[in-house]
Design a binder for this molecule. Structure first.
Ligand code: NI
Ligand code: MN
Length: 227
């Protein structure tokens, strides 16, 4: 079974697991890095890490158009259900088996207030185990935390982590995160969308590959990575 990761720019991700199309943190409208639009992108499932606009902006409209099942924490799931959308609520530490694999919510050190001021609960990351046992960790927006080592104990094939600084880990802490997560491959995200989070991903790649066994894949928005 082939799993294909797509970076849509910023922290918007696609995963195709077999025939299942998963969209994570859809932010196309107003995203200067986006390479497609909320009107065109396909989704069977929409996963949302936290309530900030640059992660949830287009989730309601895409879910309405596609009929996708929205998966998030209990608070965000309720907020989406109240808009008439299909949801499955989970919470941190809890996993659930879907046709595309076993999805667990992981902790994230961040905020989660929704665009209209509603309480978005606690922010999360996602740990997906595909039906053929590939492990993919999408950190979401987070600072460095020591329990990344526990996530790393799962044996990660791919980690997708922020390096932009200011709102999330910057390059130094993201390098420390790689040392805790020990993934086979890592893809940096949440940088260069705006001047405030400008980073040099190739300089970061050189540091990570000099100090760890992990391979860094620097993607351009729209690029894919196959597992
Ligand atoms: Ni955020
Ligand atoms: Mn963000």
């Amino acid at each position: 079974m082939e799993t294909i990761y797509t970076w849509y720019g910023h922290a918007t991700h696609g995963l195709r697991v077999g025939e299942h199309k998963i969209l994570i943190d859809p932010y196309f409208t107003g995203n200067p890095a986006a390479t497609t639009t909320a009107e065109k992108v396909e989704a069977d499932y929409i996963l949302i890490t936290h309530g900030h606009n640059d992660h949830i902006a287009d989730a309601p409209s895409i879910a309405e158009r596609t009929g996708a099942l929205c998966i998030s924490n209990a608070e965000i799931s309720t907020w989406l259900r109240n808009k008439g959308l299909k949801v499955h609520g989970q919470h941190i530490g809890g996993g659930h088996k879907y046709p595309f694999g076993y999805l667990k919510l992981t902790p994230a050190m961040h905020g989660s207030r929704l665009p209209d001021g509603s309480d978005g609960g606690n922010p999360a990351g996602f740990l997906l185990t595909t039906p053929d046992n590939k492990k993919i960790y999408i950190a979401g927006d987070t600072g460095l935390f020591g329990d990344m080592a526990l996530i790393g104990d799962e044996g990660l094939d791919l980690a997708v982590i922020p390096i932009g600084d200011n709102y999330t880990m910057g390059p130094d802490d993201a390098l420390r995160a790689v040392k805790l997560l020990r993934p086979k491959s890592v893809i940096p995200v949440h940088y260069n969308t705006w001047e405030l989070i400008a980073q040099d991903p190739n300089a970061w790649k050189a540091r990570v590959e000099a100090e760890t066994e992990t391979q860094v894949f620097v993607l351009k928005p729209g690029d894919t990575f196959s597992l």
